[in-house]
Design a protein around this ligand. Structure first.
Ligand SMILES: [Zn+2]
Length: 157
């Protein structure tokens, strides 16, 4: 069984549990990268490609992304929110919702730039590798962020 399907079936614990679940999609915090607010949104159904999503799933994914991006933009240090699908590690279709914080931009770090321009794909990959951890649930900033997102979601209901 894939990791996303085990999350959906409650067989894998997540930092802070599920942030959102309905009959089509789930949203949770990334499980192993210390970037507060780095979220993953997936359809409940195990599909491996965007082209396999139904219209109803597409709409649910799009709305879920919009809500989460809006919440992340309330944080003063978030300058942009990247939305990516890569699918190289996990076959279950998903989007990464990745906040780009002000503190991530280090002009002296050549690993973040291509031809002197900030390279979003490189930045995403750099911080995913650099901030990888197996103890995410013990990091106060992560738990604080999860609580913040949950409270924002409650305000919307
Ligand atoms: Zn799956």
């Amino acid at each position: 069984m894939c990791i996303t399907c085990s999350v959906i079936e409650g067989k894998k614990t997540l930092p802070g549990g599920l942030l959102y679940k309905d009959d089509r999609i789930i949203i949770h915090h990334c499980i192993d990268v210390n970037v507060p607010g780095y979220l993953v949104i997936s359809p409940i159904r195990h599909v491996t490609g965007y082209q396999e999503l139904t219209d109803a799933e597409l709409m649910a994914m799009a709305k879920g992304i919009k809500i989460m991006v809006s919440i992340l933009h309330k944080l003063p240090d978030v300058e942009k929110v990247y939305i990516l699908n890569l699918g190289e590690e996990t076959s279950h279709f998903h989007f990464h919702i990745f906040p780009r914080y002000r503190w991530m931009i280090d002009k002296s770090n050549v690993a973040l730039f291509s031809a002197e321009k900030l390279d979003g794909a490189k930045l995403f990959s750099y911080y995913r590798n650099r901030n990888k951890t197996s103890e995410l649930e013990t990091i106060p900033e992560i738990n604080k962020m999860i609580a913040f997102i949950k409270s924002q979601l409650q305000c919307m209901q």
